[in-house]
Ligand binder design. Structure first.
Ligand code: ATP
Ligand code: MG
Length: 332
């Protein structure tokens, strides 16, 4: 049976990268796959960087609302908050006995996020991929939809599962496969074509948030970094032009076309023409999501109820795997 698990951190505003790299696929998968679909707010991951508890609490509701607004349907999928299912933290600790420091040392996200202050980074930020492994192994996920940026962590989850199964002569854990959306797997910052669009980027101009209004969207795209060359007719000629490539990739993902199809229409034109067309497409895509988001923001009690319902379901599915892990380790 197919079982899909995917999470998102409640660390800030959801942006177009999250939407195209993750959320839109969650919504599409709700209908495409039979079997269990589990989506969660990774609030335990969020405390690995500077944490403002009041802001975190607000972000959790905000992101839950945005996910429901973007089309996650509680009748088809289980959406919950990670901390409401203690089995995530418990299994993570059990897996810490299996994960190797050398494996974690190779993780590029830790290097990026810890930056120059590696010694001052939290242990949680370093061990983050082990918690991620617990997140998916707990539910015996068969498929994990991730953006390109999370491929390495999923590979690590497979390594941990394999070693655990081998070391303790069990078949407890299923090896999850990544599902990486072909188009728009990695949306880049609007200010720097070599950095990915992130919630945690301090510059709000670097991303389009799902809750941005049409004027803000147009302004951000107008000011997006580009180059003076016109658009080519062949996507291969975008090589070496990361900002141009990114905007074309965003357009193609939103219009469900290939980059070649998009370029066929805009070849020879400069960004003065392309950016307004892109802004219109982004605005039209986000308009219905923004409307529904505004409605949900007005009803926090309903949101809490939906999340509690999801957590109860997730706890039920997680219980046998967690018990199996304790037993395999001689801790039952
Ligand atoms: P943070 O900066 O706090 O890590 P983030 O923007 O990277 O935030 P996450 O919560 O880490 O967002 O990731 C949520 C999901 O969105 C993941 O599946 C991830 O692969 C995907 N994702 C994040 N950024 C991008 C991006 N720029 N392009 C495509 N997918 C992305
Ligand atoms: Mg991230």
């Amino acid at each position: 049976m197919t079982r899909i698990v995917s999470g998102i951190q409640p660390t800030g505003q959801l942006h177009l990268g999250n939407y195209l790299g993750a959320i839109r696929n969650w919504v599409r998968m709700q209908d495409q796959f039979d079997g269990e679909k589990l989506f969660f707010l990774a609030d335990l991951h969020a405390i690995t960087v500077h944490n403002d508890p009041a802001a975190l609490k607000a972000n959790i509701r905000e992101i839950a609302a945005a996910l429901f607004a973007a089309g996650v349907d509680p009748a088809k999928a289980t959406l919950f908050r990670q901390a409401a299912v203690p089995a995530h933290a418990e299994l993570c600790w059990l897996l810490n006995g299996t994960a190797r420091i050398g494996w974690l040392n190779r993780m590029t996200q830790f290097k990026e996020k810890s930056g120059k202050n590696r010694e001052g980074a939290s242990v949680g930020l370093f061990a983050y991929p082990v918690l991620q492994a617990a997140d998916v192994l707990l539910y015996r996920a068969t498929h994990v939809p991730v953006g390109e940026d999370q491929k390495q962590h999923l590979e690590l989850a497979r390594d941990i599962a394999t070693k655990f199964n081998t070391d303790f002569a069990t078949e407890l854990f299923t090896l999850p496969e990544p599902i990486i959306p072909p188009a728009a797997a990695r949306i880049m910052s609007l200010r720097d074509g070599s950095a990915k669009m992130s919630k945690s980027d301090p510059s709000d101009m670097s991303r389009v948030n799902l809750s941005d209004d049409p004027d803000a969207i147009a302004a951000k795209l107008r000011k997006a970094k580009t180059d003076p060359e016109p658009l080519p007719d062949d996507p291969a000629q975008l090589e070496g032009r990361p900002e141009a490539r990114n905007l074309v990739a965003i357009y193609a993902a939103l219009s469900d076309e290939t980059q070649a199809q998009v370029l066929a229409r805009f070849a020879g034109q400069g960004f003065g023409a392309f950016k307004p067309a892109l802004a219109e497409l982004v605005v039209e895509t986000l308009r219905p999501i923004g409307t529904r988001l505004a409605e949900l923001r007005r009803d926090p009690a309903e949101l809490d109820r939906l999340l509690a319902h999801g957590a109860a379901r997730a706890r039920e599915i997680a219980a046998p795997t967690l018990a199996g892990a304790y037993a395999a380790l001689g801790l039952d």
